[in-house]
Every structure is written in structure tokens, then in C-alpha cells.
Design a protein around this ligand. Structure first.
Ligand SMILES: [Zn+2]
Length: 228
């Protein structure tokens, strides 16, 4: 089995209907035996705080964000890749009214703003969204801990990895990304919006949120929260 750890970060302000498809895909990863650390984030720096706690895990670390849908096959693909720094690609702002969809990776190491985006199928990028990415232990050790920053700045922090490992290796096709998904006139845009089906949650496993290798028994548990 894998020595990888999956860190499921959860940014503070998110709408539950954006998260539900992602949570369901996390449950499938847990069922397939992958150790998923769920970190519930309430404050703006909690996402970084949780990532710093698992940063020195003795194996590859995969970051998955709350609105990414990651099938088992796509996780397996990421872990099987020999590149030290890999990112699955996805669309940003697809379906969000008034915004132009953009791909999640950029050509230059300048950060997300004003930077030219990669084209579909490009194999490398010097800046990438961290919605679903893999960093080897060697890369993480070389770059050091990410700063205790807000969730938007954490992406910039993690992208420092390219200074020690070279560009991101990009994986295609794009993953499902539910930020803004379902945004339509008939969907209420507030935190009380109910998903169509029961909402489920991958719970944190406290013993996993420590540095070091997880045991097979300490995988995240899953709780069902009924219809809302
Ligand atoms: Zn790769």
C-alpha cells in the first residue's frame, strides 16, 4: 500500500453544495485504503496550519481541496508518477457568472495574477493551483515549511516548491472542480443551500494529524450526516 498521505484541506467560507461531490470522492479514496487527513478549517490560517502539521510526513504528500473531485484512478496516477512535483489541472471560475474560465496553471512563476495560463495538454507549469497536487518528501524538506498564511496565500507558499524541484508536471484531463458549480439563478447563494442528496463528511483522525507515517488502522472515519 501507499506511504503517501492525503491532506484534505477545507477553506473556511465554503458552501456545502460545492463540497458534497468532493467529500463523496474522498470517501471513495478512504474506502480504497488511502489515508486521508481531513482538516476542518474555521479561521483563515487553519488550512496552512494543518498542512504544516503533516508537512514532514515520511512519504509523498497529496493536497486535495474541499471542492475537487478526485477519482481513485487519478490519485493513483499522481502517486505513480516519478516527478517530484505534480499537479492535476482544473478550470477556475467555470460557470461563475461574469467571470472568464481559466486553467489552474500558469506559464511563469509570478503567481496567479496577470500570469499567462497554460494551454490544454501542456506538460509543465511554473505556477499551479494546489487543488490536487503531489509533493515528495525531498521537495518539501528542501523548501521548508510553508508559512502560516491565509488560504489564498498558501497557494503561493506551496508554489515555492518550483524553486527547488523545477516546474510542476501537469496531469490531464482537467479534474472536476465545483467552485461556482451549480451557480444558477435557481440556486440560492448562501451557506444554507442544501445538496440534493445526504451530505457526508470525512472526519479528521487526530492521530493522523501529526508528522510521521500513518498506521493502516488510523485512516479517516466517515460519518453520515443525513439530509442536511
Ligand atoms: Zn506527474
Amino acid at each position: 500500500m501507499t506511504d503517501a498521505l492525503i491532506y484534505y484541506g477545507f477553506t473556511p467560507h465554503k458552501r456545502r453544495w460545492e463540497c458534497q461531490p468532493s467529500v463523496e470522492s474522498m470517501e471513495l479514496l478512504v474506502d480504497a485504503g488511502y489515508p486521508v487527513v481531513y482538516h476542518p478549517c474555521r479561521e483563515a490560517t487553519d488550512y496552512a496550519d494543518g498542512l504544516r502539521k503533516v508537512w514532514h510526513h515520511d512519504g509523498p504528500l497529496v493536497i486535495i481541496e474541499h471542492d475537487m473531485v478526485v477519482p481513485v484512478s487519478r490519485l493513483r496516477e499522481l502517486l505513480a508518477c516519478s516527478s517530484p512535483l505534480c499537479a492535476h489541472t482544473y478550470w477556475i471560475a467555470l460557470g461563475v457568472a461574469g467571470r472568464r474560465p481559466m486553467l489552474s496553471a500558469c506559464i511563469n512563476p509570478l503567481g496567479p495574477h496577470g500570469n499567462a495560463r497554460v494551454a490544454i495538454g501542456d506538460s509543465v507549469a511554473w505556477y499551479a493551483g494546489i487543488g490536487c497536487c503531489k509533493l515528495t518528501l525531498k521537495t518539501r524538506q528542501a523548501m521548508g515549511l510553508p508559512g502560516l498564511v491565509t488560504w489564498t496565500d498558501l497557494e503561493v507558499e506551496v508554489n515555492r516548491a518550483t524553486t527547488v524541484s523545477g516546474p510542476w508536471h501537469l496531469h490531464w484531463p482537467v479534474l472536476e472542480h465545483h467552485h461556482g458549480f451549480m451557480e444558477a439563478p435557481n440556486v440560492r447563494r448562501n451557506n444554507q443551500a442544501q445538496p440534493a442528496n445526504g451530505f457526508t463528511l470525512v472526519r479528521p483522525s487526530p492521530e493522523l494529524v501529526t508528522a510521521g507515517k500513518p498506521s493502516r488502522r488510523s485512516r479517516a472515519s466517515v460519518a453520515h450526516r443525513g439530509n442536511g
